[in-house]
Design a protein around this ligand. Structure first.
Ligand code: GSH
Length: 211
């Protein structure tokens, strides 16, 4: 079979999810760095976003589509269960995390710290603090959701977890969200336990370069 290639920078939450799924299933893949908005990414993705995937003649974008393809085409443990209810719940979790949690927790809150757009590159604290009530509400909901089983769906690791973990990983490292998470034992335990999982640990992005 042709080699599978995941293109995008390792620190992207969505790139990490795709690489985590490969590792979870034991699918070898070539990871090629690609920065959003570059001509290389625009050749693979109509809006130059990451990740993209190449497998033989197939080029695919959108992390959910990429992970679904990998799960269906390659052997290894299923990250999207075949049982209809569990499958629907994985769909639900990927959708709500990508359309509700990511916009607040990553695009508004984390970006205010990491890509603030300020003249001196200092965090945009007004924007970060404005996002905190939403971050608190969402993290509380996630804490209650993982408390019963330590997973988002059923009792096993699924794409729902792979899709959420990168977001929690970054939030735990930021002051306001980190403090909120410290008061949410189920969510903190969930993150700590899954970060030790081989598929998660082996694909963890390198630490950011000091400013
Ligand atoms: N829905 C897309 C989202 C991809 C996405 O927004 N990726 C971010 C990096 S985590 C990106 O490319 N941002 C740059 C941009 O939006 O121009 C997916 O699931 O793959």
């Amino acid at each position: 079979m042709a080699e599978l290639e995941i293109i995008g920078v390792a620190r992207s939450t969505y790139v990490w999810t795709c690489r985590m799924v490969c590792a979870e299933k034991g699918v070898p893949h070539l990871h090629t760095r690609g920065w959003p908005g570059t001509p290389e990414m625009r050749a693979l993705h109509p809006f130059g976003k990451i990740p993209a995937m190449r497998h033989g003649a197939l080029v695919l974008y959108e992390s959910k589509a990429i992970c679904t393809y990998i799960d269906r085409v390659f052997p290894g443990p299923k990250v999207i269960p075949e049982e209809p209810v569990a499958q629907a719940l994985v769909e639900q979790w990927v959708s709500v995390v990508n359309t509700v949690v990511d916009p607040v927790c990553i695009r508004r809150y984390l970006y205010a710290h990491v890509f603030p757009g300020t003249a001196d590159g200092a965090p945009d604290m007004a924007a970060a603090e404005a996002a905190v009530p939403g971050v608190r509400e969402q993290l509380g909901f996630l804490d209650r959701s993982v408390a019963p089983t330590g997973h988002l769906v059923g009792r096993g690791f699924t794409l729902a977890d792979a899709n959420l973990l990168p977001i929690l990983y970054y939030l735990a490292r930021l002051p306001e969200a980190g403090a909120i998470m410290a008061g949410l034992p189920a969510l903190t335990g969930y993150l700590t336990r899954h970060l030790a999982r081989p598929s998660v640990a082996s694909t963890e992005p390198p630490p950011p370069k000091p400013r």
